[in-house]
Write a protein that binds this ligand. Sequence first.
Ligand code: BG6
Length: 496
Amino acid sequence: MENSIIVIFGASGDLTRRKLILSLCRLFASNLLPEDFAIIGASRSIYTNESFREHLSGAITEESETVRNAWKAFSGHISYQTVDTSDSGNFSELKERIATLAKSHNCGGNVIYYLATPPSLYGIIPEHLKAAGMNDESDGFKRLLVEKPFGYDLASARQLDTRIHRSFDEKQIYRIDHYLGKETVQNLLVFRFANTLFEPIWNRRYIDHVEITGCEFIGVEKRGGYYDDAGAVRDMLQNHLLQVLSMMAMEPPSKINASFMRDETVKVMQCFRPLSAEDLRENLVLGQYTESTVRGEKLPAYRDEPGVDPQSRTETFVALRMFIDNWRWSGIPFYLRTGKRLPTRATEIVLYLKKTPHPFFAGYASENKIVIRIQPDEGILINFGLKTPGAGFETTEVGMDFHYKNLSSGNVLDAYERLLLDAFKGDATLFARSDAVETCWEFIQPVLDYKRAEGSLYGYAAGTWGPLEAINLLKRDGREWRTPCRNLTSEQYCEL
Ligand code: BG6
């Protein structure tokens, strides 16, 4: 891995402090960063190098001893540069700073720019970088990492893409979807394509239907201002859930590399059945949480959260029944749901297998299930029927459960660690390519139009599984959502 400078725009923000710096420090503590490197925090706020390091250091206190011990040496690589994005002169100063640090840290011309700013600056920063010649790769790589959200809808995503492409080539652009960095999401490919046990059944012949749940117990916390403009469809469905769905449903790539892998994810996205207004009326449920008391704690209604419009019609929950019109998945329903203030935090994929054709064991036809727990308690559960010990042929359902935490082999990188490491290595496999982002927006745009024009919005009490209508979405097909994390303690789990 080559030495490199990483410039983080939006350095005074929460993402930098809570995620990026911590992830870089953990990589450093595990000796995974290049031999030498420099981190430049850039934002409008005024800091000295020392006060910036001080500002970051608070986030390290809850880390493991190894990481805390590494902080001193690691933070020596961090400096700060004030950059006001409305002042092009600031970019020339930044360029000089990069050149000085590149010399002292032996980084040649290699630079990674990380856009962790508000999205309104995603267009202008690359333009400034280009104007100052800071995108030029003649002396080393220049990579641009862009945080989500990439666009606000189809039109703005296209505009942003065109704008960034004027300054950076697609091969220089790394769009972050941190769900792709999750170990369990990547494992989907190995689980599916490296196991004869599962590969042959992963299709419409054996799978009856699929559920993908991404639920959170937290509300909008301090992000009301951002969230009220975004909503669950933009915040989670358009990106994270659709990316997970594509990894779960894609065809095997002919090689595991950025281009072949991303070709396959786009191909399956292109097969998502377009959603007409009529489909949406039947297959989409939008909800918003209302006030409630959970374990003695009074949780406010979404409309009472700071930064949220008291009349807001923004959805904090979405459930969608959708189809993938291709050879593998024809006719199989996919049920997706995500929401804030649900009973717990859990992301999982559940594949329900078709029942056996002739249920002669006391009327029992086992409903085999494969549950892929993306988080927490990462692992895989397989449910199947077993003869109840004793006379006769009564059956009972049992599970074989694998937990990642039981693996003895070392430490699993968290999503940001993995993605930052890949950015240093120049491996774009786990970053969203332009066509994938656009295809997902194309699919989601009718939902946004529907929301604006007529979309009904149902209330649900904070701490419950969303509106009744979402339960009915499956019930009318004779199905039921799986309740994730039944094994959690009541402290972590708070169904009302
Ligand atoms: C972010 C969303 O992209 O993902 C947040 O903006 C959400 O609203 C978060 O809470 C969930 O990520 P994770 O990794 O905690 O599931």
